[in-house]
Design a protein around this ligand. Structure first.
Ligand code: C2O
Ligand code: CU
Length: 490
């Protein structure tokens, strides 16, 4: 088996370098693109390998499955028989080796969302590797540099909107762990196997600018949120918490008075969620893996691709943990239980959902992770545009792969000015880097840009290669809202 991997790796490496010609070549800024297979990438990886890092191995087998959502079953694609897929866990500095065995009928890849990893393991076909063909395997191997809550998913088409996602937790060897229990809540908007596949949803959006699910009810304006503006294009029949429908919720058990760390991941494709736990206040401690100045809130808003960690002290009873689909109708739900008693009725929504709602954009970076102040070497503008008829989403007027690469050089402080010129929000995600929101805001890799908002973020170009940057609404990304952050040779 290992010889198959080796051969595959060699092939992927060779083709990956050739594929670069598509995105690279010589840009307007002169220098040649720094290839995913370059020495610069290998050198950057070498500096990440902390002494004593362990090797953590796993295997992922995406394949067609039938999943039980808690009553209804659906035919879909997933990383095994459970949703979310296997929890992967490592310590910062460890090397992760994951063999991907593609049992899907189509190409796939895995992207390690939020991880500042070596470029050639980033999982973006056409940019960092060849797609992994049906029936073949690929070995991902990289060092995980930073602790935090991450997730993994394919980077091919709209496969993320199937059951193809799982969580990667990177533990901090130096963290005191001031909590008694740790829970993980993965939210998702679900359509696959209910009469339409995500590919059919994309086709109907592309054909008519409308999601055919809209025919049953929702007005032509689409989803609207007071906090975000336009809140999505797709009408989903279900919302899931840890793979379960609200009527058959997963339950988290603990004891009254215990401190819990709850890691929340939005693995949805077109839905932001407003999350609250009945009878509790939440203290937000991290977003996208990185610590923030702790902030208390009643509820939090989490967009596609974002992660938020909260701490809370458990009350005595049985409490609904609810995530409403922001600007849409419907919700996901789990249950928190510290005492005997009935599961709360579906109609019992936490009052906290109508209280104070925190967006990660409002958080401040914790002391140790705030971007050092530094002169900006390069400012890059990203104008976000789009239309429903035809259904297309643009960066600086173009759709990927025709978007003009954002070129940077190693060592630069880079400022991204993201101007959302649409009436819809876009959660913008940059691969391989964690930027800082302007003026000491949180360190993040995915950030909400509200309708018509101008948002400024800074990053240090210290992870060489070719990196995707895109909207994490998977339908927007697939219809053009993607660009490369392209390192160039000086
Ligand atoms: Cu989770 Cu390119 O994305
Ligand atoms: Cu978008």
């Amino acid at each position: 088996m290992s010889s198959t991997f080796t051969r595959r790796r060699l092939l992927a490496g060779a083709a990956g370098a050739a594929g670069l010609l598509i995105v690279g070549g010589c840009g307007r800024d002169g220098g040649a693109a720094v290839a995913p297979t370059s020495d610069a990438v290998r050198r950057a990886e070498a500096t990440r390998q902390a002494a004593g890092g362990r090797l953590v191995t796993a295997r992922l087998t995406p394949r067609p499955v039938t999943l039980d959502l808690g009553g209804p079953t659906v035919r879909t694609w997933a990383y095994g028989d459970n949703l979310p897929g296997p929890l992967l866990r490592a310590r910062a500095g460890d090397r992760l080796r994951v063999d991907l065995i593609n049992q899907l009928p189509v190409d796939t890849t895995v992207h390690w969302h939020g991880v500042a990893l070596r470029n050639d393991m980033d999982g973006v076909p056409g940019i960092t590797q060849d797609a992994i063909a049906a029936g073949t395997t690929f070995r991902y191997e990289f060092t995980v540099p930073h602790p935090g809550t991450y997730f993994y998913h394919p980077h091919v088409g709209v496969q993320l909107d199937r059951g193809l996602y799982g969580v990667l937790v990177v533990d901090d060897p130096d963290e005191p762990g001031r909590y008694d229990a740790e829970w993980i809540l993965v939210l998702d908007d679900w359509v696959d196997g209910t009469g339409r596949t995500p590919d059919q949803v994309l086709d109907s959006l592309t054909g008519s600018g409308m999601d055919m699910g809209d025919m049953h009810g929702m007005d032509m304006e689409g989803a609207q949120s007071q906090l975000l503006g336009g809140a999505g294009d797709v009408t989903y029949p279900h919302y899931l918490a840890n793979g379960r429908l609200p009527s058959a919720p997963a339950s988290f058990r603990g004891k009254p008075g215990q401190r819990v760390r709850l890691r929340v991941v939005n693995a949805g494709s077109d839905t932001a969620f407003r999350v609250a736990l009945g009878g509790h206040r939440l203290t937000v401690t991290h977003t996208d893996g990185f610590p923030v100045e702790p902030r208390q809130t009643d509820a939090l808003l989490i967009a596609m691709g974002e992660r938020v960690d909260v701490e809370l002290t458990l009350g005595d009873g049985v409490f609904p943990l609810v995530a409403t689909a922001e600007g849409k109708s419907g919700f996901a739900r789990a249950v928190v239980r510290t005492a005997a008693g009935e599961v709360p009725p579906l109609s019992q929504q936490p009052a906290e959902l109508g209280g104070q709602v925190l967006l990660a954009n409002q958080l401040r970076a914790a002391d140790g992770v705030r971007l050092a102040s530094k002169k900006v070497d390069r400012t890059l503008d990203l104008a976000l545009g789009g239309s429903m008829m035809p259904y297309r989403w643009t960066i600086n007027g173009k759709t990927f792969p025709d978007t003009e690469p954002l070129t940077v050089e190693q060592g630069e402080r880079v400022r991204l000015r993201i101007a959302n010129q649409t009436m819809m929000f876009h959660p913008m995600h940059v691969h391989g880097h964690t930027f800082g929101i302007a003026d000491g805001g949180a360190r993040k890799d995915t950030v909400i840009v509200r309708a018509m908002e101008l948002l400024t973020v800074d990053l240090d170009a210290e992870n060489p290669g070719q990196w995707a940057a895109h909207c994490h609404n998977i339908y927007h990304a697939e219809r053009g809202m993607m660009v490369t952050l392209s390192y160039r040779q000086p």
